[in-house]
Design a protein around this ligand. Structure first.
Ligand code: SF4
Ligand code: SF4
Length: 86
């Protein structure tokens, strides 16, 4: 039987932190930034990990990351582009 994510939502995308772009600024880890508290940090010198089971799909983190390090990928692993990005 499939498990139900903690957020109660199953998304058609997944979010990942691009470790080559992340500058470890910790903005995404700030209290209140992520409503699902989906950002997890395993080490102070490692980029955060996004637990999609806790994600509510609001995409606030994508625009809040000042370095564009949070990527939205489709089920095939390709980046999802917004219409204005062409
Ligand atoms: S806000 Fe972006 S650059 Fe800063 S720690 Fe999070 S993913 Fe990395
Ligand atoms: S999309 Fe929203 S709930 Fe999901 S990780 Fe980003 S800020 Fe958190």
């Amino acid at each position: 039987m499939a498990s139900i994510p903690a957020s109660g939502r199953i998304h058609p995308f997944r979010l990942v932190v691009d470790e080559t772009a992340c500058r470890l600024c910790r903005r995404c880890l700030a209290s209140g930034m992520c409503r699902g508290k989906a950002f997890v940090r395993f080490g102070s010198e490692e980029p955060p990990y996004i637990d999609m089971a806790r994600c509510h799909g609001c995409l606030a983190c994508v625009s809040e990351c000042p370095f564009g390090a949070i990527l939205r990928l489709d089920s095939g692993g390709s980046p999802v582009r917004r219409p204005e990005e062409g």
